[in-house]
Write a protein that binds this ligand. Structure first.
Ligand code: SF4
Ligand code: SF4
Length: 127
């Protein structure tokens, strides 16, 4: 029996990220980066982070404790390629910032569900 052909999503990670509203964080706050270790990532996001680090002579890091290893005193050191979870946190009713920061408009739950459904597609999509 022929193998089913694999159809990658017709949607890019950038398209997905573009659906998430811009957070209005408290200046200098990095609390959520200190709570969850390395945030969950899809294989594509892992590949993007690896390429970003290698291009700068840096290495992939492992978390020890709850602080993300990519957090520095100046903030996120992989900011342009930070994963979906970091972008979504605080923007929806289900992922509220503990300090009450939010985007100008919180994501509607229906749109959040659509974003998550699309995000799931990327877990089977390799670079
Ligand atoms: S989402 Fe909230 S906890 Fe996280 S950095 Fe922004 S203000 Fe701080
Ligand atoms: S990748 Fe960057 S934004 Fe995400 S938790 Fe780590 S330091 Fe924070």
């Amino acid at each position: 029996m022929p193998r089913e052909s694999y159809n990658p999503p017709d949607f890019t990670l950038e398209d997905l990220y573009g659906m998430i509203p811009q957070m209005q964080c408290i200046d200098g706050c990095t609390d959520c980066c200190r709570r969850f270790g390395v945030p969950s990532r899809t294989p594509l996001e892992d590949a993007r982070i690896r390429a970003y680090l290698e291009a700068r002579g840096r290495k992939v890091l492992q978390a020890s404790g709850t602080t993300c290893p990519y957090l520095s005193d100046q903030g996120c050191t992989i900011y342009p390629v930070r994963p979906f979870t970091c972008r979504l946190f605080g923007t929806s009713p289900n992922y509220r910032c503990p300090h009450g920061a939010r985007p100008l408009e919180l994501l509607h739950e229906d749109l959040e569900a659509e974003i998550f459904a699309r995000y799931q597609d990327f877990f089977s999509h390799r670079a």
